[in-house]
Write a protein that binds this ligand. Structure first.
Ligand code: SF4
Length: 311
C-alpha cells in the first residue's frame, strides 16, 4: 500500500476528533500498518545521557533545569572523563544511537571532546547524537569532525513564549546541522492540553518539510513548581492520536517514537524508544534511570511486546 502524507486540513481535522472515536481508532490502525510496512519488524532503542545539572539560560517554563524553576538540590557538570565513564551504566550493545544531552550553556569544546572520546569506545555503526543548544555553521562542522553523526534540535511548541529560545535561531541551527551533514532527529514537543490543534499541526507541518528519518512526539511532563504545571498533561489517548497523526503526516523512513511511552501509545506503530540516564529536564531526580527514565531492558520489553526487535 502506498501512503500519502496527510495534508494540513487532514492533520487538523484528525487532531480535532475525539481521541476515542472510531475514526481515530482507524487512524491508529493505519499508522501501525504504515510502520509495519516501512520498518518491518526492526525496532530501536536509543540511549540518552544527561551531562549537566545547572540552571539553563533558555529557561523553558516546563523544564526542571530552567533558571527560574531549577528543581535540583545540587549543581554539577560532568567532565569529559565522567561523561565517557557514565556510558558504562548502560548496555551499549543493545542501543543503536547514543545521545549526549546538556543545557544550552554547556561548553561546546567539552561536547566535542566527549564526542571524540565516546567515538573511540563505541562500534563504528553506532550513531552519536548531540542534543545541545543552538550552534552556527562552524560549530556544526566541528560536531561532525568530533564524531557526531546527528543532532536533536527542534522548534518547540510556543518557542519564544514559553522559552527564551528564538524560533528563527532554532531554525537556523537546524539548517546548519543538516547542511553540514548531520542527521536531524525531530520531535513535536512538549505537548500539553493548552496547545490547540492548529499549533500542533503547525509543528507537524514543519517536520513534514524537514523530513527527518526519525520522528517523535512527546507530551509535557508536569514538574511541580514549574510555571506550566497548572495546565496538567494530555492523557494517553491524546498522545496516541497525536503519534498516529504525526507518523502519517511525516512518514519517517527509519523510526517513529513516542515519549514518555505508555502501552496504549505503542499501538500507533512505535518502533523506537529511549533509555535515559543521568539528568533529565522531565525529572527532579539526578539519576533519571532511578525514577522516570526507562532502562534499555524496559524499552526493549515495550518494543518486543509490540512486535519490534533488534534485527
Ligand atoms: S528544556 Fe533544555 S533548553 Fe529548555 S531550559 Fe531545559 S535544558 Fe534548557
Amino acid at each position: 500500500m502506498s501512503y500519502r502524507k496527510l495534508s494540513e486540513e487532514q492533520i487538523i481535522d484528525y487532531l480535532n476528533k475525539d481521541s476515542c472515536s472510531p475514526e481515530i481508532e482507524n487512524l491508529i490502525e493505519l499508522s501501525a500498518g504504515r510502520s509495519r510496512e516501512a520498518f518491518g519488524s526492526r525496532g530501536y532503542v536509543f540511549a540518552q545521557w544527561g551531562l549537566n545539572c545547572e540552571p539553563c539560560s533558555l529557561d523553558c517554563d516546563f523544564c526542571s533545569l530552567g533558571e527560574k524553576n531549577f528543581s535540583f538540590d545540587s549543581k554539577f557538570s560532568l567532565t569529559v572523563e565522567e561523561a565517557v565513564e557514565g556510558l558504562n551504566r548502560t548496555d551499549i550493545s543493545m542501543v543503536s544511537d547514543i545521545f549526549m544531552m546538556c543545557t544550552a550553556d554547556y561548553p561546546l569544546d567539552r561536547i566535542y571532546a566527549i564526542g571524540r572520546e565516546v567515538r573511540k569506545r563505541i562500534p563504528r555503526e553506532t550513531r552519536l547524537v548531540a542534543n545541545i543548544g543552538d550552534f552556527d555553521r562552524d560549530q556544526a562542522r566541528a560536531l561532525k569532525e568530533s564524531g557526531y553523526t546527528g543532532f536533536y534540535h527542534i522548534v518547540r511548541l510556543r518557542e519564544g513564549q514559553d522559552t527564551k529560545g528564538d524560533p528563527a535561531v532554532r531554525e537556523e541551527t537546524i539548517r546548519f546541522g543538516m547542511e553540514e551533514g548531520l542527521e536531524l532527529y525531530y520531535c513535536i514537543e512538549p505537548i500539553g492540553p493548552e496547545h490547540s490543534s492548529q499549533e500542533i499541526a503547525r509543528e507537524i507541518l514543519r517536520a513534514q518539510e524537514l523530513q527527518p528519518k526519525v520522528m517523535a512526539v512527546m507530551r509535557r511532563i508536569c514538574i511541580p513548581g514549574t510555571s506550566l504545571y497548572k495546565h496538567g498533561e494530555i492523557d494517553d489517548a491524546d498522545l496516541t492520536k497525536i503519534a498516529a497523526v504525526t507518523n502519517l503526516a511525516v512518514l519517517p523512513e527509519r523510526a517513529m517514537n513516542v515519549h514518555e511511552p505508555c502501552l496504549d501509545s505503542m499501538r500507533a506503530g512505535i518502533n523506537q524508544l529511549y533509555a535515559e540516564l543521568g539528568i533529565n529536564p522531565r525529572d527532579t531526580c539526578e539519576n533519571t534511570e532511578e525514577n522516570r527514565g526507562f532502562s534499555v531492558t524496559g524499552a526493549w520489553n515495550y518494543l518486543e511486546e509490540n512486535g519490534y526487535s533488534k534485527s
